[in-house]
Design a protein around this ligand. Sequence first.
Ligand code: UFG
Length: 324
Amino acid sequence: MKLLVTGGAGYVGSVVASQLVEAGHETVVLDDLSKGHANAVPEGALLVEGSLLDEGFLRETLSGGFDGVLHFAALSLVAESVEQPERYYRNNVVGTLNLLEAMVETGVRRLVFSSTAAVYGEPEEVPIPETAPTRPTNPYGSSKLAVDGLIRDVARARGLCATSLRYFNVAGASGRFGEDHEPETHLIPIVLQAAAGTRESVKIFGTDYPTRDGTAVRDYIHIEDLGRAHLLALEASEPGEHRVYNLGNGSGFSVLQVIEVARKVAGVDIRAKEAPRRTGDPPELVASSDKIKTELGWKPEKPSLEAMISDAWAWMQDHPGGYE
Ligand code: UFG
């Protein structure tokens, strides 16, 4: 297939783009490089630099006879979304609306969208099924939920074959592709920076949660397992249909457990300091991924937290300056 990967110079997008190239698909990456890195675009994929907010550019890019779009380009910092909600709605919602309109105009039928567990907010039950109420607690989650609804409605009206994948906590690295965010806010890279000595210590955000050790629990999924789900999702949905799948491992690890495993993997001590809870962080987010397992036959091959942290650590050691 000929596929467009928006945000294909970012952490998840670059790994999926490399999996698509490897599977023999003709792959074009569209990225404005505001967060992504030009040298994260895999060999064999073409990089087209531009923004989803530029409708003419989108139409022109998509007019090259694409079979589908994998849509990762988005802003994704929770705290920033609280400060700048307009920017999040413009980039994430208006950007996707432009993309959908350009797809309809140019006859591109297949779409896989990068959604998030943040749409569930504070869950009533864990593991969280796709049928759980969606009550996001920040503008980032609200913008992604709005996009899920937008895609559902446009898919139905225009006969698109669409799937939203709701990621839990993506971790690890894949070959030469890894996590390089500026600023870095995610737990595992921060813990590993503390192990490498490029950061003095890790702040543990909240030690009074109603969890086994008082720290927040998350469901970590290896980036390669997450990536493979996109290739399955691409061909799953029928015209007019919008499918929604959670993507996680179904088991939770606390912040303290992550730090402990990282100490073992890196073989060094990691300084950690207790800090107040981070606003909007739920105590526990663990996925039920039964639906994608049953319907698409997806199965995680690297479910161990140790494997994820080892891969992230190896990547960080090979790329001390990230992608620069
Ligand atoms: N944490 C710390 N110290 C840090 C960083 C994080 O204690 O320095 C804690 C957080 O409070 C949280 C856990 O580690 O309890 C994981 O935090 P991350 O920032 O790595 O991930 P989140 O669970 O907050 O965020 C992820 C995605 C978001 C998404 C969110 C909800 O990165 O895009 O899940 O689904 F919105």
